[in-house]
Design a protein around this ligand. Structure first.
Ligand SMILES: [Zn+2]
Length: 455
C-alpha cells in the first residue's frame, strides 16, 4: 500500500524555490514519486490518498549543532558535573524527541559526555524509542587552551566532562581510535576556547601540525571532523587541515576563505547562541556584563562581516543552534538560525531553507538519503501552513507545523512538561552579587533589600 499526498506547494530542497500542485507518493519509508500532480501515478485501490493542497511540504529540517547531554544547562558546571551520566541519557532522549516534534527529523550531536549521545542514537535506531535521526561524536578532544578545559589545572577535566583533555598527540590519536571503535559518526575537536594572544585574538588550542595529524587519522578511519573554531587562527588551521565542518568561524578572513574553498570545508556559524547571549541575557543572569557576554558582543560584528563573504564565494553553510543551553532550549529555537542567515548573512529564504534541510543533511551519516523530496530518499518531511519563502521566521511558529512525517509515517508524540528544577538546576550557585555592608546599604537605598517579616 502506497500513500499519495497532494501538496499545494512543495519545497523539494533540490532548488531554492517551491513548485505548485505537486504530489508525493510514499512506498514503505521512502519517496517513490515526487513531481507534478498532473503526471503522478494513479493511486491503486488499496492506496491511501491525502489532500494537503492548502499546505506546503518542506523536507524534515536538520540542526547540526545540538548537545543532547547538556540538559538546558545554565552554566558549564551543570554540563560537566551535576547529573549522573545515566540521567543525562534519559533526559537527552526526551530532548531529542522535542526536536522531532518541532519538525527536526535529523540532527547532529557534536560533543557530549561519555557515550551518552551514541547510546541515544543507538536506542532510536534500534526502534526502542521514536526520535530524530542522529549522527554524533564522542566527547570533544581538547588541549589546555581549548574549550571544555574550564576548571583549574589541579582539577583537570572530570570523567563526566563533555571534553577529553589530551596532553600529547599520542593521547589524541588514541582517543580518536577509541571513539571510532565505539562507533562515533565523526570526531569533534576544540580548536580554541577562551584564552587569547596579547593582542586579544583567540589562541588556537592545537598547532597546524597537530590538527592536520588528527584530521588525517580520523579521515584514514573513515570519519569526518568538526572543529569548534571561533578565532581566526583556529579557523585557518582547521581549514588548512581540511576538516569537514567548522563551527563558528566568526573571525575568518580571506586567507581562511581560500583554504576553506581549496579543502571543501563547510561552515556551521551557530549564531543563534551568540544572538541569544546578546538579546536574551537579563541583568539578573550571572553571565550578564561578564566576559562571555562581552565576547558575544565582540563576536557578532566580525561574524556578520566575514561569513556573508564565504556564502557568496560558495562555501556550504549548515544550520546549528548549540541547543542544550538555558538560552537555547531543545525544540524551541532551531529555525532561528535560518532567520539569522537571511537577516544578517545575505541568504535568500530559499537558500536558508536549503541550508536547514538538504545541505545540513549532507553532513550526517547516510545524509544523501535525507533532507529532500526526491525519489529514493527517506520520506521525512513537515506539512506546513504558511509561506516560509516569504517569511522565513514563520518556521519558528510551531502552530504552523501541522504534521511531522518520518520514514513514511506521521509522528505523534506526547511530550511531558519538564519540571525545571529537576532537569537542570543542579549547581549550587546562589548569589549573583557580593553583599558587603557597603553594597547592602547601596541596595537599601533603591529598596531592593527585603526585610525579614519579624524585623
Ligand atoms: Zn557547541
Amino acid at each position: 500500500m502506497a500513500t499519495h499526498i497532494k501538496f499545494g506547494r512543495l519545497f523539494t530542497g533540490l532548488k531554492t524555490t517551491a513548485d505548485k500542485d505537486q504530489t508525493v507518493v510514499i512506498d514503505g519509508d521512502k519517496f517513490a514519486y515526487v513531481g507534478p500532480s498532473a503526471q503522478a501515478p494513479k493511486p491503486a485501490t488499496a492506496d491511501q490518498t491525502i489532500d494537503r493542497s492548502r499546505m506546503i511540504g518542506i523536507p524534515g529540517m536538520v540542526d547540526v549543532h545540538v548537545h543532547l547531554t547538556y540538559g538546558n544547562a545554565m552554566c558549564e558546571e551543570d554540563i560537566d558535573l551535576y547529573a549522573p551520566i545515566e540521567f543525562r541519557a534519559l533526559r537527552g532522549l526526551i530532548n531529542a524527541q522535542r526536536l522531532l516534534a518541532a519538525g527536526y527529523t535529523a540532527m547532529a550531536d557534536p560533543g557530549g559526555s561519555n557515550r551518552v549521545p551514541l547510546s541515544i542514537r543507538n536506542a532510536i535506531n534500534a526502534g526502542l524509542f521514536p526520535g530524530p535521526r542522529i549522527s554524533c561524536s564522542g566527547p570533544y578532544i581538547t588541549s589546555r587552551q581549548g574549550l571544555t578545559d574550564w576548571y583549574p589545572t589541579w582539577f583537570g577535566a572530570p570523567k563526566t566532562s563533555i571534553g577529553h583533555l589530551v596532553t600529547s598527540m599520542d593521547e589524541a590519536i588514541e582517543e580518536i581510535r577509541t571513539q571510532v571503535k565505539d562507533g562515533v559518526d565523526y570526531i569533534k575537536i576544540a580548536m580554541d576556547g577562551i584564552q587569547r594572544h596579547p593582542n586579544g585574538d583567540l589562541l588556537a588550542a592545537f598547532n597546524q601540525d597537530e590538527i592536520t595529524r588528527m584530521t588525517e587519522e580520523a579521515h584514514r578511519l573513515g570519519k569526518k571532523v568538526i572543529t569548534h573554531a571561533r578565532g581566526r587562527e583556529s579557523t585557518l588551521y582547521s581549514a588548512r587541515a581540511g576538516v569537514d565542518l567548522i563551527f563558528h568561524a566568526s573571525w575568518m578572513d580571506d586567507e581562511c576563505l581560500d583554504a576553506m574553498l581549496e579543502n571543501k570545508c563547510a561552515i556551521g556559524p551557530t549564531l543563534t547562541l551568540i544572538n541569544h547571549a546578546i538579546t536574551f541575557l537579563q541583568p539578573s543572569d550571572p553571565g550578564y556584563g561578564k566576559e562571555r557576554y562581552a565576547l558575544a558582543m565582540r563576536e557578532w560584528g566580525p561574524a556578520c562581516q566575514g561569513l556573508p563573504k564565504a556564502h557568496k564565494a560558495g562555501v556550504p553553510f549548515m544550520t546549528g543552534t548549540d541547543s542544550g543551553f538555558s538560552g537555547t532550549p531543545y525544540g524551541e529555537w532551531h529555525a532561528k538560525e535560518m532567520e539569522i542567515f537571511v537577516k544578517f548573512l545575505g541568504f535568500t529564504p530559499g537558500e536558508a531553507l536549503r541550508s536547514g534541510t538538504v545541505v545540513s543533511a549532507g553532513f550526517l551519516t547516510g545524509g544523501d538519503k535525507l533532507g529532500a523530496f526526491e525519489k529514493g530518499r527517506f520520506a521525512d518531511f513537515i506539512v506546513f501552513d504558511g509561506d516560509p519563502l516569504a517569511d522565513i521566521a514563520q518556521l519558528l511558529d510551531k502552530t504552523r507545523i501541522k504534521e511531522v512525517w518520518q520514514g513514511g509515517a506521521p509522528i505523534a508524540l506526547k511530550l511531558p512538561t519538564m519540571k525545571r528544577e529537576g532537569v537542570s538546576d543542579f549547581s549550587y550557585k546562589m548569589w549573583n552579587d557580593m553583599y558587603s555592608q557597603a553594597r547592602v546599604a547601596e541596595l537599601a537605598e533603591t529598596k531592593r533589600i527585603r526585610r525579614v517579616a519579624a524585623e
